[in-house]
Design a protein around this ligand. Structure first.
Ligand code: GLV
Ligand code: MN
Ligand code: MN
Length: 288
């Protein structure tokens, strides 16, 4: 950031900024990842923002690295100040652009998302002596629930159990208690309500679907008139800013390998990344 002529600071929430002048236009993403994640999710948008800032040496703007996006967008939700416009470049993390043969895409909206935990209580018993009849195996109940969650996600909805904690978690004890995570997403609030209802869980966290809007969206659309429009099924810091009323836009860079993401197979080509950085630079030059 310093090499790009930006003044570096950090806020109380751990978000990192590189500012130049009266920076009302921000661009950036996150540097945290999921376990065994890829090299592009988040990082690409940070590096692209710094590169764009370096290419616009007179432009008053800020690059931002939000803290802990993967844990539920912690840093962007804790912002004390917000920009007048925000643009995030991100790899698509899905197969749409690759299938369409397009290097870049324009995000029109981001799906709503909920997360929660469901606990199954059973009874610990000896794995060798307790008859199969009469066992209260919490993991068997949780296994049925996992299949139920999957069956509830119809149409554009998505529902995932990605975390299972088993107690006591020992080979020779009937599981007494199991906690499973639920991640449920849908493009509209009504569909998200219906999904949560049909799964039957209490979300501990929810973010409503959000549309991209205003001058940032207009600038991205003007810069990429031929690019496909996509709804993002992944969450982003851009989602938090849009939900807070900040005019926000996103540029997607094609993901290769069938759109693999949250996986080491995540890949975007140097050519597509270069096209993305060019587009971001043009967009930011129109906004500042
Ligand atoms: C972030 O990558 C999310 O969509 O969960
Ligand atoms: Mn990301
Ligand atoms: Mn991610």
């Amino acid at each position: 950031m310093r090499e790009a002529g930006l003044e570096v600071s950090r806020d109380d929430a751990g978000n990192l900024f590189g500012r130049r002048g009266e920076a009302r236009v921000w661009s950036g993403s996150h540097l945290d990842s999921v376990p065994n994640g890829g090299r592009f999710d988040g990082v690409l948008g940070v590096v692209a923002a710094i590169e764009a800032a370096e290419r616009l040496p007179e432009a008053p703007l800020a690059t931002v690295v939000f803290r802990a996006e993967e844990n539920g967008m912690i840093g962007s939700q804790a912002l004390r100040e917000r920009p007048e416009a925000f643009v995030e470049l991100h790899c698509e993390q899905g197969p749409v652009l690759e299938r369409l043969g397009a290097a870049l895409g324009v995000v029109s909206a981001i799906v709503g998302q909920t997360r929660g935990t469901v606990v199954f209580d059973g009874r610990a018993d000896h794995a060798g002596t307790a008859p199969m009849e009469g066992r209260e195996d919490a993991l068997v109940a949780a296994a049925r629930f996992v299949l139920h969650v999957r069956a509830c996600a119809v149409g554009e909805a998505r529902a995932t159990v990605g975390q299972v904690e088993v107690e006591p978690g020992t080979v020779n004890v009937v599981p007494a208690r199991v906690a499973v995570s639920v991640d449920a997403r849908a493009p509209t609030a009504a569909e998200l309500d219906a999904l949560v209802e049909s799964i039957g869980f209490q979300p501990s966290w929810r973010i409503e679907p959000a549309a991209m809007s205003g001058a940032p969206l207009a600038a991205v659309e003007a810069s990429l008139p031929e690019a496909p429009r996509l709804v993002s099924g992944a969450g982003h810091d851009a989602h938090v800013l849009a939900a807070a009323g900040v005019p926000t836009a996103m540029i997607f860079v094609r993901s290769l390998n069938g759109g693999a993401s949250h996986s080491p197979r995540e890949l975007s080509s140097p050519e597509d990344v270069a096209a993305g950085v060019d587009a971001l630079t043009t967009v930011l030059s129109r906004l500042v």
